[in-house]
Ligand binder design. Structure first.
Ligand code: SAH
Ligand code: SF4
Ligand code: F3S
Length: 443
């Protein structure tokens, strides 16, 4: 008899990839995923603590499961991810109906942890950090479902940007062995995967301190038979190399998109954030990327209302947005995180200022995104179909090389296939296309 697992994921690409690994390990012990918590034997929340709001979401989601636990004692409730890592034992104390806390380096131990919970009725917090990279944590190609897969290439972060909890929740940066990564992707390709996304908090520093580099790894991944598209996330502007930028010029399989978080357009703020680059250095890298691949889509993250951010600093950010014309940006109000340097800086700004600046950024970005989308009408491109759309029958959605969502009516289900399309309409957040005879991988 199979058991059922309900899994909800919050946060970033690292948590997405950890959730896929969790599901793979659970599949080996006969768990099937369910969308219904009522049906589940195991409920896992894979959590994020990057901002206060993200953390609150976790506690309110957990609250919903309390009646289930008290209604049926056999259900196991677990919290994984960054809240688990930070709160550990305290989370077990705070949430009496919680059975298991799984830290970010402990995902691969899920089977033995569940055994202890169900057989010995223990309540466990497993939040140890392992400094050595252990391949048993990773080589699980069974997570492939369909044509796309996320592959974790490293863990942790050593940058300690002054606002950020990630170095505390994910530990020190460590890279996997390139041979193991290539072995995993080759296995995925044999299972029908054609698009891989390489994930890490700072992929550009992959292999730091060894002869390996991210550009070198990427070149090898692009050479794997059956892999048609390669993406990666996230890049740190200070570490992006000329060798990597050059790959955008020559490699059609490398998707025409880079997510390059800038955070602020003001040098003074960037310095207090400890980002390690100036506004001009960032702009120079954008110039090199666009020289290499003129149609590259560039997206970014911006924080508004960092401590001490003046009106002039904020104007610098708005000028940068005008100058770069990002294809999209993910912007957030600064949220003080316990234990970070920025949380104890004086000159914390009032919520109204942070929120008003956020509105200005988001409003302007919506306009720019829509203008860029409209300019794409009439272009020919290639889309990887991800599945049926929600609105009309025969409608499917997919993504262009540059990461835009495209909707299309298809004569039959082409999920998992790369199809040639012409863009016929553009909206704020998506495009509409129709099948085309012309092959092109632009945008
Ligand atoms: N490794 C990536 C970012 C990971 S966190 C990088 O260095 O760019 C994702 C985004 O969350 C960050 O880019 C930042 O914009 C935002 N973020 C992180 N900490 C934050 C905080 N304390 N308040 C508001 N936004 C934050
Ligand atoms: Fe956080 Fe900075 Fe590391 Fe990104 S690079 S995860 S923002 S500390
Ligand atoms: Fe959130 Fe942890 Fe990612 S704090 S953004 S899930 S690394």
């Amino acid at each position: 008899m199979p058991s059922y697992v309900f899994l909800e994921t919050f946060g970033c690409q690292m948590n997405d990839s950890d959730s896929k690994r969790l599901l793979s390990f659970l599949k080996n012990i006969n768990y099937i995923r369910t969308d219904s918590p009522e049906k589940a034997d195991l409920i896992i929340l894979n959590t994020c603590t990057i901002r206060e709001k993200a953390e609150h979401k976790v506690y309110s989601a957990l609250g919903k499961f309390k009646p289930l636990k008290y209604g049926s004692q056999h259900i196991i409730i677990a919290v994984a991810g960054c809240v688990a890592q930070q709160a550990g034992e305290a989370l077990l104390k705070k949430v009496p109906y919680l059975d298991l806390v799984i830290g970010t380096h402990n995902i691969h131990l899920i089977e033995q942890l569940l055994k202890r919970v169900s057989e010995k009725k223990e309540r466990i917090s497993a939040t140890g950090f392992f400094s050595e990279m252990n391949e048993a944590e990773y080589t699980v190609a069974s997570h492939a479902e369909g044509a796309r897969a996320l592959v974790s290439i490293m863990r942790g972060c050593d940058n300690f940007c002054s606002y950020c909890v990630v170095p505390f929740t994910r530990g020190r940066e460590a890279s996997r062995n390139p041979d193991d990564i290539l072995f995993e992707i080759t296995a995925l390709a044999k299972k029908g995967v054609i698009e891989v996304t390489l994930v890490g908090q700072n992929v550009n520093s992959f292999g730091r301190g060894t002869p390996n580099s991210f550009a070198g790894l990427l070149k090898s991944v692009l050479g794997i038979d059956g892999i048609e598209r390669v993406r990666f996330v996230t890049s740190h502007p200070k570490d992006i190399s000329r060798e990597l930028i050059a790959l955008f010029a020559g490699e059609g399989k490398l998707c025409a998109h880079i997510h390059l978080p800038v955070q602020s357009g003001s040098d003074a703020v960037l310095k207090r954030m400890k980002r390690g680059y100036t506004r001009q250095e960032y702009l120079d890298k954008i110039g090199l990327l666009r020289d290499a691949r003129p149609d590259i889509a560039i997206t970014t993250d911006i924080i508004t209302g960092f401590p001490g951010e003046t009106d002039a600093d904020f104007d610098d950010t708005m000028r940068l947005i005008e100058e770069v014309r990002f294809d999209n940006n993910f912007s957030f109000m600064y949220s003080p995180r316990p234990g970070t340097v920025a949380a104890s800086l004086e000159a914390q700004l009032p919520l109204e200022v942070k929120s008003q600046r956020l509105d200005v950024v988001q409003q302007r970005q919506r306009e720019i995104t829509e203008e860029i989308n409209l300019s794409l009408v009439g272009r020919h491109t290639q889309v990887l179909i991800e599945g049926p759309g929600k609105l009309q029958s025969f409608e499917y959605t997919g993504k262009t090389s540059c990461g835009r969502v495209l909707k299309i009516i298809l004569p039959f289900d082409m999920t998992g296939k790369l199809v040639d399309v012409e863009i016929i309409e553009a909206y704020r957040n998506s495009l509409r296309g129709e099948l085309s005879q012309r092959t092109s991988v632009c945008c």
